[in-house]
Write a protein that binds this ligand. Sequence first.
Ligand code: NAG
Ligand code: NAG
Ligand code: NAG
Ligand code: NAG
Ligand code: NAG
Ligand code: NAG
Ligand code: NAG
Ligand code: NAG
Ligand code: NAG
Ligand code: NAG
Ligand code: NAG
Length: 507
Amino acid sequence: MKAATLFGGLLSAAVAHGSDIFYQGGTVISFNRNTSNLDILREADLHISGDRISGIYGANETITPPSNATVVNATGMIISPGFIDSHHHLWQTAYKTLASNTSLAEYFQRYGEYGPAVQNFHAEDTYLGQLTGCLELLHEGTTTVLDHAHGDFSDETTDAAVDATFECGVRAYYAHAIHPLPNNYTWEMQTNKLRSLAQDERFNSTGLVQLGLAYDFFATAPEANVTELWNITRDNNLSVITTHFLGGPWGNVNSPVHVHEYDMLNHSTPVVFSHASFLSKEDANLLRETDQYICTTAESELHYGHDHPHAHNIQDQAALGIDTHFTYSSSMVTQARLWLQSLRAPQYLEVLEDWEIPRNNPMSVYQAFHLITRAGALALRHDDIGIIAPGAKADIVTFRGDTPNMLGWEDPVAAVILHSNTGDIEDVLVNGQYVKRGGKLVYGDYAGLSRRFLESSKRIKSIWNNMDWPRLEGIFYNVSPYADADVIDTQRGDGSGYYAQSGALQR
Ligand SMILES: *[C@@H]1O[C@H](CO)[C@@H](O)[C@H](O)[C@H]1NC(C)=O
Ligand SMILES: *[C@@H]1O[C@H](CO)[C@@H](O)[C@H](O)[C@H]1NC(C)=O
Ligand SMILES: *[C@@H]1O[C@H](CO)[C@@H](O)[C@H](O)[C@H]1NC(C)=O
Ligand SMILES: *[C@@H]1O[C@H](CO)[C@@H](O)[C@H](O)[C@H]1NC(C)=O
Ligand SMILES: *[C@@H]1O[C@H](CO)[C@@H](O)[C@H](O)[C@H]1NC(C)=O
Ligand SMILES: *[C@@H]1O[C@H](CO)[C@@H](O)[C@H](O)[C@H]1NC(C)=O
Ligand SMILES: *[C@@H]1O[C@H](CO)[C@@H](O)[C@H](O)[C@H]1NC(C)=O
Ligand SMILES: *[C@@H]1O[C@H](CO)[C@@H](O)[C@H](O)[C@H]1NC(C)=O
Ligand SMILES: *[C@@H]1O[C@H](CO)[C@@H](O)[C@H](O)[C@H]1NC(C)=O
Ligand SMILES: *[C@@H]1O[C@H](CO)[C@@H](O)[C@H](O)[C@H]1NC(C)=O
Ligand SMILES: *[C@@H]1O[C@H](CO)[C@@H](O)[C@H](O)[C@H]1NC(C)=O
């Protein structure tokens, strides 16, 4: 594949910006709109013209690349649709590795939107976190993200996050959060900011970044407040509403049932419920009736302990997301693999617990692939992304098939989900534009950006490393009492081996 990269690279130098791109002889994971299934096309050609996929040609069709096209030799490569991450907080990069052993209750107090970040993140920190976070996604093959943008603590930090999102080149749904912050950024200022963003001409219907609303108080806020937000959404044709919903011991706010009480579900605006860990049967039925989606953030719900005991019952209205890239990898492929195996285990166990032997495997790699591609598009009600089909947006990821971990693959979907890693990703295109090429981000001065980011991250980490840990006592937000989880013992004899390192950056 070295030759292919070189070939593509040499040609691209000779071809003007905005030319067509022609991937020749690859294995294309295409989507058949007639059957709603994937069609694996081998030795196939993929033609990209402008922001769209203009043609896909099987081995039996001899096509001469158009003379204006950059031709890429894709022999041995897998060409996949770009991945869709349906829940993320991109501003938080500066915290990276700080919360390796954090619980959700601790997260709320230390890292979330109501904690010390409000005072300590300046616009520069938000900008750098958002931009490096966004570029991390592109590096991993994510081409669309729904950003629950709750780092918007002022007009300045909001502008910084918005600018970074536009600069990055990812396809994004920027959902501006309206939230009761512990500073002087009031409801009026936040809603005015949302209205003014809606007038920002960069958020036009053909732009790469769309504007949405993030809101978490459907069950508790005065009715007039929710109605005002719904009015803003409708008046400005905002592209999405997203909300955190947990339920069960975490408290039952923002459930589909609550949102439906405001008649906000049964409309053209997509509403994405992040986590939905303890959703009820009634919630699940409402999601199906109104065709709205949950977003399972598989690793986050394991890491922090939201858990997701009912998720297996609602995967037909579910997409996947990362949530917090400062705590673990933002690779959607990794999420899909983790989630696939997490869903298989309890299904098997149900049989084993009856002292019986499972005959079949309860979930396929194709289902896992669906959750990080087409399902994310359906959650956003966008029929043109998450698939490779004629006319769809050219959001593409190519995987090398010849690395030691990939060698010998036959099924490209199994290869991507179960064997690939980010090191295999060669090219990433968003809207027909290279954002990663030949294994390298296209972003201009990444080294310079990294230096600026590390300065910001160092300042943030020094503040957090010197901060007292929150005392989690009594009742969590007046809902449920706190209790201890048993710690795992990994050490022979006395002691468990449990510790976390803090202040790593300062040493
Ligand atoms: C390249 O050529 C094809 C057909 O020959 C045409 O449809 C397409 O618009 C051209 N692309 C550009 C960027 O000029
Ligand atoms: C889908 O069906 C239409 C109409 O029958 C046909 O023209 C088209 O080739 C089909 N597409 C695929 C990918 O099979
Ligand atoms: C190539 O094969 C595909 C699938 O087998 C078929 O749908 C298509 O019509 C064939 N095209 C030509 C030009 O024979
Ligand atoms: C494409 O790459 C393959 C494998 O590296 C090589 O065998 C083939 O000759 C190349 N094709 C062209 C047209 O360069
Ligand atoms: C909000 O508070 C900050 C810090 O106390 C101050 O600098 C800023 O001017 C205040 N903004 C408004 C709009 O009152
Ligand atoms: C739409 O937004 C994009 C940026 O996302 C910008 O480049 C383009 O000029 C805008 N188009 C219009 C008509 O304002
Ligand atoms: C509701 O809106 C009013 C302004 O109409 C605002 O002052 C108040 O803070 C909001 N309440 C909540 C809980 O967001
Ligand atoms: C929402 O819009 C409706 C219809 O335009 C209007 O009657 C109502 O007063 C608005 N409510 C709020 C809180 O803005
Ligand atoms: C609202 O947005 C959708 C997609 O985001 C678009 O298809 C539709 O045309 C827009 N409607 C108006 C009235 O602008
Ligand atoms: C959604 O709207 C349709 C048509 O307006 C109606 O038939 C249906 O009952 C509604 N569903 C719910 C859950 O409100
Ligand atoms: C994480 O580890 C540190 C150091 O061992 C400890 O102080 C802290 O309480 C741990 N946090 C949680 C939530 O367990």
